[in-house]
Ligand binder design. Structure first.
Ligand SMILES: Nc1ncnc2c1ncn2[C@@H]1O[C@H](COP(=O)(O)OP(=O)(O)O)[C@@H](O)[C@H]1O
Ligand SMILES: [Mg+2]
Length: 263
């Protein structure tokens, strides 16, 4: 059996003495596409930063493809799109943004080499933006900026891609484009993808597995299993309506949690 892409065993993280992640056990196999949902402050970003080795857990163990996060980052195996990077006025072209992601450069200040340019163009091609390589980054739409930043995360040719709310601030049509790109990346590069998102209804169509996180993992498994309102209510701490379009049903359902019935 190959090592899982991501393997967390009983991971506990405290920040400023406060527990943020408790007893997280999660195994993600190579090539899987996972969605992570949960309320604000539930620890989603902290989980990604722990997988990246930026945060050291107080307890438990984190392995990435069988090795430590630090070593995996050193080998360029982890690509990362941090939360809320759009809106930044990088005064450079799309291509230059992608080249900044080729961080295994021996000297950051030396001029870009031809092969770095080629690799960056290839990454832009993967996200469907080869035609925009010379556009100034600030002039691209929100959805295009996110795709450029995904290309940047791909520049080190990672095996695992971590995305923190890539769909925030992106309109519905562009969001659909973003998901198509992720699906293609996964098919063409056999990438393992872990995506944090608020988009509970839509991602069920795109991911293989879902984890619901609020300090601890309340559910992990089949995305349709996560669509239970009572589970989501427990996760978000308030009654929720979920609009779903299940592949096996004709139309959209509205699921309502039980507490709504007593309104
Ligand atoms: N650097 C930090 N220092 C102290 N507390 C933090 C830090 N980063 C996040 N937190 C706290 O950890 C909790 C989880 O945050 P975060 O992982 O950003 O949640 P999410 O991404 O799910 O919204 C929050 O209560 C937040 O205030
Ligand atoms: Mg976050």
């Amino acid at each position: 059996m190959p090592a899982p892409a991501i393997d967390l065993k009983k991971v506990t993280v405290s920040l400023n003495g406060r527990p943020v992640l408790e007893n997280i056990t999660l195994q993600i196999q190579e090539g899987e596409f996972w969605g992570i949902i949960g309320p604000n402050g539930g620890g989603k970003t902290t989980l990604l930063r722990t997988i990246l080795g930026i945060i050291k857990p107080r307890g438990g163990e984190v392995r990435v493809l069988g090795i430590s996060p630090k070593e995996a980052v050193k080998r360029g195996w982890l690509g990362y799109l941090p939360q809320r990077m759009t809106g930044r006025n990088f005064p450079v072209s799309a291509l230059e943004v992608v080249m900044l992601g080729e961080c295994n450069r021996s000297n950051f200040f030396k001029p870009f080499q031809r092969e770095e340019r080629e690799a960056a163009l290839h990454a832009l091609r993967l996200v469907g933006l080869e035609g925009k390589s010379q556009e100034p980054f600030p002039q691209l739409s929100g959805g295009e900026q996110q795709r450029v930043l995904i290309a940047m995360a791909l520049a080190s040719q990672p095996r695992v891609l971590l995305l923190d709310e890539p769909n925030t601030g992106v309109d519905v049509v562009a969001q659909e484009g973003l998901y198509q790109v992720l699906r293609r990346l996964r098919e063409e590069l056999s990438l393992t993808i872990l995506m944090v998102t608020h988009d509970v209804g839509v991602i069920s169509h795109f991911v293989d597995r879902i984890a619901c996180l609020n300090t601890t993992i309340h559910f992990s498994g089949d995305p349709w299993g996560a669509m239970e309102c009572d589970l989501l209510e427990k996760l978000y701490g308030e009654p929720v309506d979920v609009f779903v379009h299940h592949p096996q049903c004709q139309g959209c359902h509205v699921l309502r949690s039980k507490s709504h019935d007593h309104d």
